[in-house]
Design a protein around this ligand. Structure first.
Ligand code: HEC
Length: 166
């Protein structure tokens, strides 16, 4: 169930004094996919060869652009450049001053697998306590999938991975 649906139902209970019995049909009809559905690595691999998903990821990256760059001319902004970040260990961008929280989590072995990246993009502080990334998170799994596919389309040197540009 989506968070909004839960809130709507909670509000209905508060306003109408709905009981569990009349709530049951509403729950049965609620969509089973919820905001915490994790994005799977295979989905990202598939998405990477689908230009429509990669470009949806590019549009979503607008949310990141105030702080991050990708591509051959990528530089540090408020956040580190993100070329080649998918699959790499955390906290490795040369010369970027990571937070103590990120440094500690990186030291404990955090690697940006699809799974970890997905969780970080949904709720940064749940993956890296006290991270300095001031970002609310992306609740929609499809949007995170597209965004991760877009990020995965950039090699370490900022060139595009071939499958994504076909
Ligand atoms: C307000 C600025 C800001 C926004 C917006 C933002 N980030 Fe960040 N991001 C940061 C900062 C700062 C860090 C370093 C965090 C730390 O050291 O704790 C970071 C770190 C990261 C890292 C880890 C990089 C590494 O080298 O380990 C990833 C991945 C990342 N951001 C992805 C994203 C994506 C994708 C978006 C858009 C959905 C986004 N960020 C939005 C500021 C931002």
């Amino acid at each position: 169930m989506r968070r909004q649906d839960k809130l709507v139902i909670a509000a209905a209970i508060a306003v109408n004094g709905m009981t569990g019995a009349c709530l049951a049909p509403a729950l049965a009809q609620a969509p089973t996919v919820n905001a915490s559905t994790p994005v799977q690595a295979e989905e990202v691999v598939k998405a990477l060869s689908d230009p429509s998903i990669v470009s949806a990821g590019e549009r979503s990256f607008i949310k990141c652009q105030a702080c991050h760059m990708v591509g051959e001319k990528a530089q540090r902004r408020v956040g580190p450049p993100l070329n080649g970040v998918v699959g790499r260990a955390a906290g490795l961008s040369d010369g970027f001053a990571y937070s103590a929280g990120m440094q500690a989590t990186a030291k404990n072995g955090l690697v940006w697998t699809v799974e970890k990246l997905d969780a970080y993009l949904q709720a940064p502080r749940e993956v890296v306590p006290a991270t300095s990334m001031g970002f609310v998170g992306i609740p929609k799994p499809d949007e995170r999938k597209a965004l991760i596919a877009y990020l995965a389309s950039f090699a370490d040197n900022g060139s595009r991975v071939e499958t994504a540009t076909k």
